[in-house]
Design a binder for this molecule. Structure first.
Ligand code: OAA
Length: 222
């Protein structure tokens, strides 16, 4: 087995824990209540896709949305981590998208069913390269943006998050032990919108990183 290199966490990390509705302006744009406790869901590591490989549109959706997010890469595992120690468990960050089949999610919501097929399909988690912790000294105050075909769609700041990164690490680890190589997606600011085949997506963390991705209609069931 190759040794675990945190800068390639997507090759061996075991889970992706996502936080829904962590920005009030996004919760409101989809007419959802602003949460009083974090809303969690999971993506499998098979959802990862890297810059240079396309984002696939599953055949079962006609409303695939982008959601740009700050991802937190766990460097040291733990259970019931206190907020005061939470940042010691962070190895770094990644710029991430939480691709969402919005029509399927709406259907699942209306039936009270889980969001799995809306959120966890192949290529539903595009990620940038690993960003070492030192490059983002204040993750609670970075600007995230996303353009579709050069048009700005999402622009927000992590200072707008309802639940902070230390709070989320502590909260999640009370229920789900965090392990080295896990990724936490911290939620998306407002401006989510539908993408089509051949759209060009560009996303960034201001002054830190940008990434470019392309959308391709999936020839197979995703
Ligand atoms: O699908 C949604 O709107 C929930 C979500 O992932 C987010 O708010 O980041």
């Amino acid at each position: 087995m190759t040794s675990r290199n945190i800068s390639r966490f997507w090759e061996w990390g075991r889970k992706i824990i996502c936080v829904g509705r962590n920005y009030a302006d996004h919760a409101k744009e989809l007419k959802n209540a602003v949460p009083t406790e974090p809303i969690l869901f999971l993506k499998p590591p098979s959802a990862y896709v890297r810059e240079g490989s396309p984002i696939l549109v599953p055949l079962y959706t006609s409303n695939l949305h982008h959601e740009v997010e700050l991802g937190v890469v766990i460097g040291k595992g733990g259970t019931a981590i206190p907020q005061s120690a939470a940042m010691e468990h962070v190895a770094g960050y990644a710029l991430c998208l939480d691709m969402t089949a919005r029509d399927i999610q709406e259907e699942c919501k209306s039936k009270g069913l889980p969001w799995t097929l809306a959120k966890a399909f192949n290529t539903s988690c595009p990620i940038s390269e690993f960003i070492p912790k030192e490059r983002i000294p204040d993750p609670g105050s970075v600007k995230l943006w996303l353009k579709v075909n050069d048009q700005m769609k999402q622009s927000g700041c992590t200072s707008q998050m309802i639940f902070s990164i230390p709070y989320l690490i502590s909260y999640i680890s009370d229920f789900i032990s965090l392990e080295e190589g896990d990724l936490i997606l911290t939620g998306t600011p407002k401006g989510v919108s539908a993408v089509q085949e051949h759209d060009e997506l560009q996303a960034g963390i201001e002054d830190v990183i940008t990434m470019n991705l392309q959308i391709i209609k999936c020839p197979l069931k995703a």
